[in-house]
Design a protein around this ligand. Structure first.
Ligand SMILES: [Zn+2]
Length: 504
């Protein structure tokens, strides 16, 4: 029989659906056809496979070769199918043991001399192979990534010849192994002097997973503060870390297997395109918001961003996922990030500064703030002023701030309360859960209603205030939300009082 079947996997979003590579040899003029919606890269694979087979001293069958990648409706790209196609041709022509292919999956791009090259999207494929109960063979360069999937049995090979020797039982391929985790250095809060109000807001944001907007003059320390948030968050669980690593794996920007447990911190520049921010492309890839999944996304100079790019953020801010579609292809990527945005108070940056340097008129300030739409602002729980530090707090002998480890201990205690109560962080509470878990006393309810009236808040903002108040109570170790908690939460809605809210 001149038919062979090899198991492999495609890359579709962060999933790795199975692909059957079927190879059939028949009489007729020697020719190789690849069917099953292959794109340009797969057609090129025909030439690489032929060269690699010849270079490895095998015989390239002088027959009609049909390669079918099934299912046909699945998009397939990249060189990842080179190795399974080559093995299928060799098995169909009886040059390697056909039965040895049965319980194994193969991925890898071939060079013309038969060496195997690393591919992207290996981690999702390894997780899926482990679930399917099959072994996985990948290029040596992809081994560390494959080994992150805990239950996978993955082996690595440098060349096509090594894989063939293993299938014929004359060689044992080395097991893939993960590199030792690298020591992680996250910037510490001890380096932040003064800024008691902003420090407190950062702690509240960390404790309840709330989005945060920092407003302050240039150089007041907004970036410094934002970069310290990952160090205040509870460590990522293995499941969270794997989700984030899988996104990096399919992003085309590479995954660092030594640092995969670290929560991501992404800080794209405001000139980044909407596609770079939310994902896209002919072959949909995740954007910055997905690379920040389970971590922090820092958007500096918020009013300078392309407004269309910011508007696209609204959906993921609510749902934690983003759907990227282009032509016939679409992909859904996780995007549950914690947003830290920063902006100047006015176009020149100095509004409110005691030095009186601001030269902007009220209309300029209004237009500047209106660049951020009300609905986006609505979705940011905490708005915080970051004033310029007085010179005495910048002296070298000024005392350091409290360090991140102590703050994180309080954050983790508050998080435990949230997980016990609702199974999730406060920021993720739905509307019904908010009404259930964030009840106020009668007087506080009246206080909240007056504030809503005065600030003209939406129902969405009201729920956000309640969730922030719940987080502040959790940091306090309190079962019920007290007046002080609610008052502090209301204090974080600063921009609702600005003109931008009504302008949008
Ligand atoms: Zn100004």
């Amino acid at each position: 029989m001149s038919l062979a079947l090899v198991h492999s996997r495609a890359r579709a979003g962060v999933a790795a659906p199975p692909v059957r590579v079927e190879v059939h040899l028949s009489g007729g003029l020697p020719a190789t056809h690849i069917v099953g919606l292959p794109e340009a890269a797969v057609r090129e694979s025909r030439d690489r496979v032929r060269a690699a087979i010849l270079c490895a001293q095998f015989e390239f069958p002088a027959r009609r070769i049909t390669v079918n990648l099934a299912p046909a409706d699945l998009p397939k790209d990249g060189g990842r199918f080179d190795l399974p196609i080559a093995l299928g041709i060799l098995a169909a022509s009886g040059q390697i043991d056909r039965d040895a292919l049965a319980d194994c999956e193969f991925l890898g791009e071939l060079g013309l001399t038969g060496e195997l090259r690393a591919i992207d999207g290996v981690l999702p494929a390894a997780l899926a192979a482990a679930r399917a109960g099959r072994r996985l063979v990948v290029p040596t360069g992809s081994g560390a990534e494959a080994a992150l999937a805990r239950d996978v049995q993955a082996q690595t090979a440098r060349t096509l010849l090594e894989v063939c020797a293993a299938l014929n039982g004359t060689k044992v391929l080395p097991e893939a192994c993960a590199p030792p985790p690298q020591a992680i250095t996250i910037p510490d809060m001890a380096d932040v002097r003064g800024q008691a109000h902003a420090r407190r807001a950062l702690e509240v944001a960390a404790a309840g997973n709330h989005h945060l907007l920092l407003v302050g003059t240039p150089g007041c320390g907004k970036t410094l503060l934002a970069s310290r948030l990952p160090g205040l968050l509870p460590p990522a669980s293995e499941e969270e870390a794997l989700e984030t690593a899988a996104i990096a794996s399919v992003s085309g920007r590479g995954l660092d297997p030594a640092r995969w447990r670290q929560r991501p911190y992404r800080a794209p520049h405001h000139t980044a395109s909407a596609v770079a921010l939310v994902g896209g492309g002919a072959d949909p890839r995740p954007g910055e918001i997905s690379l920040a999944h389970n971590g922090v996304l820092f958007l500096d100079e918020l009013p300078e961003w392309d407004r269309r790019a910011l508007e696209v953020l609204r959906e993921p801010l609510e749902s934690g996922t983003v759907t990227v579609s282009r032509a016939a292809r679409s992909a859904e990527f996780p995007a549950r990030f914690q947003l830290v945005a920063a902006m100047n108070p006015c176009p020149c940056g100095w509004a409110g500064d005691p030095g009186g340097r601001c030269r902007c008129n009220p209309e300029q300030v209004r237009r500047y703030r209106a660049k951020i739409s009300g609905p986006l602002l609505d979705r940011i729980d905490l708005h915080v002023d970051v004033p310029r530090l007085p010179p005495q707090e910048l002296r070298p002998d000024a005392p350091n701030g409290e360090d991140s480890a102590r703050i994180r201990a309080r954050v983790e205690r508050a998080r435990v309360m949230q997980l016990q109560r609702a199974g999730k962080a406060n920021a993720q509470l739905g509307q019904a859960e908010t009404m259930r878990d964030c009840r106020l006393g009668e007087r506080d309810q009246a206080l909240l209603e007056r504030a809503i009236e005065r600030l003209q808040l939406s129902a969405r903002s009201m729920h956000r205030i309640l969730r922030v108040a719940r987080t502040i109570a959790d940091l306090d170790g309190a079962t019920n939300i007290a007046s002080a908690h609610l008052t502090e939460a209301l204090g974080y809605r600063r921009l609702d009082r600005g003109p931008s809210q009504r302008a949008a």
